[in-house]
Design a protein around this ligand. Structure first.
Ligand code: HAM
Length: 435
């Protein structure tokens, strides 16, 4: 091979390698446990969908659909027809598609969760990647405020189980479409009256998506946005009651929140309750989890109308916040490291190792370079580096006696015991790590 240029990963798309991957596995385990406690069940949908699922579902003028989707035309079939496909930028639309397609709500509401990679062509920076991972929880077929509250409490339970403390809950209500229309008319009139103060982005959005103007990061527009008509003032009786009921449940559960009237979320499918869990400890990308109610999305993508609510958290951001907060997780280490001085011992040694593994012992076997097994010294060095608490020595002496040496590597300062090779069930338990 000559010196060809090294191929690297795509910008904004990360490899997740040991030891960091152990933290991912730990987090996923905690999530599975908390989801099970709340009776949410796992779903897995494809990573690609028809592009129109997202243009219809997320809103044509959202940043995601306008500029961030990895969308392309598939190869044409034999009739010359080609599908427009997109890598999923989020999980809700695909899940809703699946729920509608398989008529999952025929016998009542469903509580579901998913984990997996999402793709957005954003400018990569800390906490913002082009392939990132979401864990999402969605409850479909339930219209009451208790499920909004249940989902928020589910997230809070998850933070507690993870040991995460540096977050704040922001809440808002986006009301119903007719209430939004009325507010929108008032908002557009207000913004038009201050047209000279709008930046380019805001002017472009004035008629397509004026609500998003309230979300502006432009400091020069903050005062203008502050004084704009507030959607909360346009909510009708039913919407106000729904919002109050969510808050009453949160208060009784001892969860505190801020009402943020400017919280509008970056996707168009929301109504009534919206919320975000945010932190100041991650710089600009401080939203670790966001969601809300989306009672019209199922219908919008062609399913039977049904209410729904959910959230998704950003795994990278949650892990980074855990790191910031100094939450440590244990790295997995094998219980035992098998030292095999001579390759002739391999068949017997490996048979024993398989038996030990079947008995629940985690064993790492020494492997040679291809030219022999390596010196005892180098094998012991590897055993130490593995973090295992015991070494198993399959030496010629031992095998001749039908035995294996079990040597404590960490505690017990080098205690050695010979054990019968053929009866690993008699001694497997002493290997199992108690740490
Ligand atoms: P979202 O706010 O677009 O909502 O994304 C949810 C979370 O994903 C964010 O709060 C953030 O933690 C993480 N995230 C988003 N983009 C990136 C990125 N480029 N890099 C790293 N992390 C990112 C949704 O996607 C909705 N589907 C949530 C939902 C579920 N609403 C109802 N059900």
């Amino acid at each position: 091979m000559s010196g060809s240029k090294q191929i690297t990963a795509i910008k904004g798309m990360n490899d997740i390698l040991p030891p960091a991957s152990a933290r991912w596995e730990w987090l996923e385990d905690v999530v599975r446990r908390v989801m099970a406690q709340h009776a949410y069940r796992n779903v897995r949908t494809p990573i690609m969908e028809l592009t129109q699922l997202y243009t219809r579902g997320l809103g044509e003028v959202t940043d995601i659909v306008e500029k961030e989707m990895y969308a392309f035309e598939d190869r044409a079939d034999q009739h010359g027809r080609a599908d427009h496909l997109a890598l999923r930028p989020e999980g809700t639309a695909g899940l809703v598609r699946a729920v509608a397609e398989h008529n999952l709500l025929y016998d009542g509401g469903k509580r579901l969760f998913y984990m997996g990679p999402m793709f957005r062509r954003e400018r990569p920076q800390r906490g913002r990647y082009r392939q990132f991972h979401q864990i999402g929880a969605e409850a479909l077929g339930f219209g009451g405020p208790e499920v909004d509250a249940e989902l928020i409490l589910l997230a809070v339970a998850l933070w507690r189980e993870l040991g995460l403390t540096g977050w704040r809950l922001e809440l808002n209500s986006l009301g119903q479409p007719d209430e939004r229309r009325e507010h929108r008319a008032a908002l557009v009139a207000y913004l038009q009256a201050h047209h000279d103060q709008l930046d380019e982005d805001a002017r472009r959005r004035l008629h397509s998506n004026p609500l998003r103007i309230l979300d502006t990061k432009n400091p020069a527009m903050q005062a203008l946005v502050e004084g704009a008509p507030k959607l909360l003032d346009y909510l009708g009786e039913a919407s106000r009651r729904h919002f109050a009921a969510v808050q009453a449940i949160l208060a009784a559960a001892g969860v505190s929140w801020h009402i943020n009237p400017r919280l509008v979320r970056g996707l168009d499918y929301y109504n009534l309750t919206v919320f975000e869990f945010v932190t100041d400890r991650l710089g600009a990308q401080g939203t670790i989890c966001g969601g809300g109610r989306y009672d019209y999305l199922i219908e919008q993508i062609g399913g039977k109308p049904a209410p729904a609510v959910g959230w998704a958290l950003g795994v990278e951001r949650v892990l980074e916040l855990l790191q910031e907060e100094g939450v440590h997780t244990l790295e997995p280490v094998p219980d035992a490291y098998a030292i095999i001085p001579d390759a002739a011992a391999l068949p017997q040694a490996m048979r024993c190792l398989q038996q030990l593994r079947a008995l629940g012992v985690a064993v790492q076997m020494h492997a040679g370079s291809g030219e022999g097994m390596g010196s005892m010294k180098s094998q012991f060095k590897r055993a130490d580096a593995s973090g295992a608490r015991h070494a198993l020595i399959f030496g010629a002496d031992e095998l001749a006696a039908g035995e294996v040496t079990v040597k404590a590597l960490r505690d017990g300062a080098g205690a050695q015991l010979r054990q019968p090779l053929a009866q690993p069930d008699a001694w497997a338990d002493i290997l199992k790590s108690t740490a």
